[in-house]
Design a protein around this ligand. Structure first.
Ligand code: HEM
Length: 479
């Protein structure tokens, strides 16, 4: 099936995303090449929009899947509320219950005719996971979580095709959830001409939260270009190439500074208390459920081939491939250049886990980038300045590299500030309030991120390892 929706620019029929793909089972093992695209070099990274698609994602499935679109639309127009909202009215609870019965009554729609189009599969995943999160998070906190087969069966099938988990991911709320505010013929969407397609709360706070990441993705395209240019020059490797690479690294530092500013600007449009209490709970995955409930996927008895899902963390911008690319390119991902490191195996495993939630082509891009035998960090080791007799590193190259690493470290400092403002602050105020109300001295469990991590310890660990990657300006080689 082609993408026939009116107003949507179809991809050329020979584009790799429109080519039929062989059947794929979920969870290709690490290291196994992905044969699902016929052009192995194509990682679905666009020269203009990077990890975002060059055209706005489609906003409606063809009529055969209209029942899915209608239940999602109803959840939005009825302004369904979180089941755990304080002072939820009886009318609000009843409205949610009625909507949930309509989801239960939906037939299990076949997905076969979606499988030839990557774009339709993405939209299907987007619609089904938003509906599933509406379903789960409108339940009261004491209720069992039993997700009806009308959602689970097609969602597991679509997720298996896309090789991503059956839960809301960064790609659902950022990469494939945007549109242009005003139509434009520009090749690259302007950062201030973006809007989101689907929102849980219908608020600009939620939209601005998503758009901060979208803007980072778009501004990050220049970083991808600079990485590419550096790797090209690394093949040449002569003095001129080294001078050019130094320049690219300095420029990269300034692009990363822009990413930091965009991140900090999220404060202009998204209120932290509202984010913490009214937006973030919609994202919760199974592992950040406040009452530790298991998500039960109904209908799998009749579909043993689907198997119960295991990856059910909520969406996180940690699933953005742009920051992972910077880490890999600068050699920060290995994090094995000091022995006394603060990043534990578990923490590193968490960063890798986030890659399982990325679109598979982006995951493959990162894998490809990390198998590049000549990383920019090894270049530091092999490039004494041509005028140096003592084997000193080329000063400008070293400065450029350190500037880029420092910029990533400063991005992470800013990110820690944001997490403090948006999560730690509101959470601690909530605890104080609760403690006062309950006059209870009970110990409180550690704060967890959307993706279920012991938050600050994890984020500080990653930031500190970035700092460790700075190369001293003395004549000693980096390890
Ligand atoms: C209000 C805005 C934001 C908040 C509250 C926030 C919160 C968090 C949290 C809680 C984590 C821990 C992982 C988890 O359990 O989910 C995390 C990780 C991460 N976030 Fe954010 N985030 C925000 C914006 C962003 C943006 C815009 C980006 C970049 C696109 C970003 C990039 C990352 C990365 C790369 C990680 C993994 C840890 C690391 O590599 O340092 N975050 N974030």
């Amino acid at each position: 099936m082609s993408d026939e929706n009116p107003g949507i620019l179809p991809l050329p029929s020979e584009h790799f995303l429109n080519l039929p793909r062989p059947d794929i089972i979920i969870g290709t093992a690490d290291g196994v090449p992905d044969t699902s695209t016929l052009a192995a070099h194509d990682f679905d990274v666009d020269t203009r929009t990077g990890f975002m698609p060059p055209q706005p994602p489609i906003s409606r499935l063809p009529p055969a899947w209209e029942p899915w679109e209608l239940v999602l639309e109803a959840a939005i127009t009825k302004k369904l509320q979180l089941g755990g909202k304080p002072n939820l009215t009886a009318a609000e609870a009843a409205r949610s219950a009625l909507w949930r019965s309509s989801v239960r009554e939906m037939p299990i729609l076949p997905i076969e005719d979606l499988t030839n189009s990557e774009l339709l599969l993405r939209r299907a995943h987007h619609v089904l996971v938003f509906t599933m999160h509406f379903y789960i998070h409108t339940l009261s906190l004491g209720a069992d979580i039993r997700i009806p087969a009308s959602i689970t069966v097609p969602l597991l099938e679509v997720s298996a095709e896309l090789q991503i988990p059956p839960v809301c991911t960064y790609s659902d709320d950022i990469l494939y959830n945007w549109d242009l505010k005003t139509p434009s013929s520009d090749d690259i969407p302007a950062l201030d001409n973006l809007r989101s397609q689907t929102l849980f709360t219908g608020t600009t706070d939620e939209e601005e939260f998503y758009l901060a990441s979208s803007r980072i993705e778009l501004r990050g395209v220049e970083a991808l270009e600079l990485m590419q240019a550096t790797m090209d020059e690394m093949f040449v490797g002569d003095d001129i190439a080294i001078r050019r690479i130094s320049g690219y690294l300095h420029k990269l530092a300034s692009v990363i500074n822009d990413l930091k500013s965009i991140l900090l600007n999220v404060r202009k449009g998204c209120d932290p208390e509202f984010f913490y209490h009214s937006i973030r709970p919609w994202f919760r995955g199974q592992d950040s459920d406040p009452t530790h409930r298991t998500w039960f996927f109904e209908g799998l008895d009749e579909h043993p081939e689907l198997g119960p899902p295991t990856d059910l963390s909520g969406p996180s911008a940690g699933q953005s491939a742009i920051i992972h690319s910077l880490d890999i390119f600068l050699g920060l991902d290995n994090c094995n250049f000091t022995d006394d490191g603060s990043l534990t195996t578990d923490q590193r495993a968490l960063l890798h886990k986030m890659q399982r939630y990325m679109p598979r082509h982006h995951r493959n891009f990162l894998r490809h980038l990390s198998t590049n035998s000549r990383s920019v960090r090894t270049l530091m080791r092999s490039n004494p300045s041509s005028s140096s007799r003592s084997g000193e590193l080329d000063a400008d190259l070293l400065e450029g590299y350190n500037a880029a690493v420092r910029a990533v470290k400063e991005f992470r400092d800013a990110h820690l500030r944001i997490v403090a403002i948006y999560i730690i602050g509101p959470a601690s105020r909530e605890r104080t309030k609760r403690a006062k109300e309950e006059e209870s001295g009970r110990s409180v469990p550690p704060l967890k991120g959307t993706g279920g991590t012991n938050l600050m310890q994890f984020l500080k660990g990653v930031r500190d390892k970035t700092t460790d990657a700075l190369i001293p300006e003395s004549p000693q080689s980096p390890s």
